[in-house]
Write a protein that binds this ligand. Structure first.
Ligand SMILES: [Zn+2]
Length: 82
């Protein structure tokens, strides 16, 4: 009976060791150097919109909205869609 308990305890320890190893291997950057990683992280990607006139993709911050449509510039906002 003690042999069975010994093997069960051994298996449990091995499984626990493997799980902790996998957990630390799956995300080491955040745990080890979270602050440095955040500083190196690229800025958030800006949403892109498609111009209703020329079809070019441009950042949402440069959007010129007119008549419920999105345009890349004021010049295209005044032109009719092709
Ligand atoms: Zn355009």
């Amino acid at each position: 009976m003690t042999r069975i308990l010994f093997w069960l305890a051994l298996i449990f320890l091995v499984v626990a060791a493997i799980r902790s190893k996998l957990k630390s291997a799956s995300r080491p950057p955040e745990q080890q150097s979270g602050r440095a990683r955040a500083a190196e992280a690229p800025p958030q990607a800006e949403a892109m919109l498609c111009c209703s006139h020329c079809g070019v993709h441009y950042p949402a911050s440069e959007n010129v909205a007119s008549d419920g449509r999105n345009y890349c510039s004021a010049a295209h906002a005044g032109l009719p869609a092709p």
